[in-house]
Design a binder for this molecule. Structure first.
Ligand code: ACM
Ligand code: ZN
Length: 617
């Protein structure tokens, strides 16, 4: 071989070596995820390398564990392209899934990684599922590279048993596939309750076979008000879920350890039902399915026995569709105007011997009568009720759980009365509120301002409650009302990344919560959002700039930052920066007046443009 050929051979060898090296490069998992696990103990050394065909071993004859194994394989494939092999068994080199029953912490899990294997053992199958979610979120997004899991032992369990997310499908109907997408989002945030708001003034969304007009007439409105213009779009809007479809959702959620809690909102927010059955209203109608938003004075007539029968008919079918222990019966925003002048309602007040007092009006006690009726019926079917905090007015039904939305007071009062409470104060957890103070640059929202940091800052356990009373605060939920949210794409924007903040309030222990730390973990969560093509809001990922004038030196010092230190490109002439513009590496010393503009460029998307006029001191 000539010298030249030898040289080329040698170079080829090195190039091949380099290629081999890059093909087998190891990317490591990172256990700093959202929600933050309770305890992470990294070992000093050792790692488990995921490879094509690595078995996911699950116990024979356990369908839930088989599903869990399939979920894990699906998630790993999605993030890394590596195909794991679900396999029946109990031992071996691979990822072993097992249940070690723990009645105290059924949703808790241990994730132990050694160089030989990975063990996820849950207090129940649900616990295993959350261990799988942790593993999923720890993985890097790679293409072609190998993935190593550093040796670790994670012990984790949720802070709250009830971790909810509410979706209003009544103001805007949401397609079945999007409802499933919502459930997928809940699952990746360790949320275990899907509160499904199914009835409203603006549309009835669930088939009730013995009351067919509810969906024939009540599921469709003639048109919808456009934003805050007072004008209408002239387009009919509606839709509903058949009982079969609703059962499909229940099953889809259950596979992901999520209980669906249906809400039939009564006795207010009932115009769609009154349009279908006007005899159930105090005035007899006619009524229309509302095409705009707000609170209607027309509500179910509490003095009419037919109303009580209607409630039983509807809830009787609801319990057949939804196996959840809890059924939400609404109870919010029910004006008493009609009841005050309705002969039937007043006759009922008299017959029941109800008297108004300094605490509540007679009509508030009448509302309590309606909710009590619903509760008695549901209790007879082995179910319990949840109601919005207005169900405290007129006295709580004996076994009711209170969902505290007008603030925390309802939840606090319920806990003092030894009733369970779920905290969902609108001042922190209404995701239909704007998520930026810069509302001009946001899509239209109902009002309120709840940036990510404020959501994250919510502490649901009221300090003024005694330890005993605190036990009644069973959970936390965020709500997405959809008056102004006409597409699911927009819903995604309102939900994310605020669901990530919510998940940490619901799951992680209070002493682990730290917003800066949360932000440092968020970019890796967002990689998962990008993979799923979720439309998340980018405020937290935008550039933050620090401009400091130094009059002695005659300069302005400009420093940029993003939460993931992504490449930032800038210009000083007012033009919009591109990837070809200068890369920001260190504090800029601006010596002449200019317009400075900057964007952060990530593979999936850019930050919003930062721009500022700089004057020299
Ligand atoms: C509610 O926001 N009306 C519960
Ligand atoms: Zn009436």
């Amino acid at each position: 071989m000539k010298l030249k050929d030898k040289l080329f051979g040698l170079i080829g060898f090195f190039v091949a070596g380099l290629m081999m090296f890059s093909c087998t490069e190891l990317k490591e998992a990172n256990y700093q995820i959202i929600p933050m696990p309770l305890d992470i103990q990294l070992a000093e050394k050792g790692k488990f390398v995921l490879a094509e065909g690595t078995p996911v071993i699950y116990p024979e004859g356990n369908e839930k564990m088989q599903n869990n194994a399939n979920f894990l394989a699906e998630y790993v494939k999605e993030k890394t392209g590596i195909a794991l092999a679900p396999t029946v068994g109990t031992e071996g080199k691979g990822i072993i899934l097992k249940v070690e029953e723990n009645k105290e912490k059924p949703e808790g899990y241990m994730l132990k990684v050694t160089s030989d294997n990975v063990v996820i053992s849950g207090g129940s199958e649900a616990g295993v599922f959350y261990g799988i979610q942790t593993l999923r979120k720890s993985l890097p997004v790679v293409q072609g590279e190998k993935v190593a899991l550093p040796a670790v032992e994670i012990n984790d369990a949720p802070r709250f048993n009830y971790r909810g997310g509410m979706l209003d499908v009544s103001r805007h109907y949401i397609e079945l596939d999007s409802v499933k997408r919502f459930i997928d989002m809940l699952a990746m945030h360790n949320i275990n309750r899907f509160h499904w708001h199914l009835s409203e003034d603006q549309g009835w969304r669930i088939e009730i076979k013995c009351r067919p007009l509810l969906t024939e007439k009540g599921s469709m409105r003639k048109e919808t008000v456009i934003g805050r213009t007072g004008k209408y779009d002239g387009k009919p809007h509606g839709g509903f879920y058949t009982q079969e479809q609703a059962k499909e959702i229940v099953a889809y959620a259950a596979e992901r350890y999520i209980t669906v809690i249906p809400e039939i909102d009564m006795p207010g927010h009932m115009l769609s039902a009154l349009h279908a059955y006007p005899e159930l209203g105090c005035t007899g109608g006619p009524y229309e399915v509302w095409c705009h938003w707000g609170v209607s004075k027309d509500v179910l007539c509490a003095g009419n026995d037919a109303t009580l029968k209607f409630i039983e008919d509807v809830l009787g079918e609801i319990v057949e569709i939804f196996p959840s222990e809890y059924i939400h019966v609404g109870g919010d925003e029910c004006p008493k105007t009609r009841w005050e002048s309705c002969p039937k309602c007043q006759a009922r007040i008299k017959a029941l011997g109800i008297k108004g007092d300094e605490k509540h009006s007679a009509e508030e006690y009448l509302q309590s009568f309606v909710i009590n009726h619903a509760e008695k019926f549901l209790n007879s079917k082995g179910r319990q009720i949840i109601g919005w905090d207005e169900i405290l007015q007129g006295g709580l039904a004996p076994n009711a759980t209170v969902m505290s939305w007008r603030g925390e007071e309802g939840g606090i009062e319920a806990a003092r009365q030894k009733h369970k409470a779920i905290m969902t104060p609108h001042t922190y957890l209404y995701f239909d509120y704007y998520q930026s103070y810069d509302t001009k640059n946001e899509p239209l929202a109902i009002g309120g301002r709840l940036p990510l940091e404020r959501v994250y800052g919510y502490e649901p356990m009221p300090k003024m409650l005694s330890a005993e009373e605190q036990k009644y605060i069973v959970g936390v939920q965020a709500n997405l009302w959809t008056e102004y949210i006409s597409t699911f794409r927009y819903a995604e924007y309102m939900l994310l990344p605020r669901l990530a903040a919510l998940s940490e309030i619901q799951w992680s222990s209070a002493d682990k919560r730290n917003y800066e730390c949360f932000l440092s973990r968020l970019p890796r969560m967002a990689q998962l959002y990008d993979l799923k093509q979720y439309n998340y809001a980018g405020h937290a990922f935008d550039i933050t700039a620090n401009l400091v004038p130094d009059s002695t030196a005659g300069v302005v010092k400009v420093a940029f930052k993003t939460i993931d230190n992504c490449p930032i490109h800038y210009t000083l002439d007012g033009s919009e920066p591109t990837a070809a513009s200068p890369l920001y590496t260190d504090t800029l010393m601006i010596k002449e007046a200019c317009t400075i503009s900057a964007v952060g460029i990530r593979p999936a998307r850019k930050t919003r443009l930062f721009t500022e006029t700089v004057n020299i001191p």
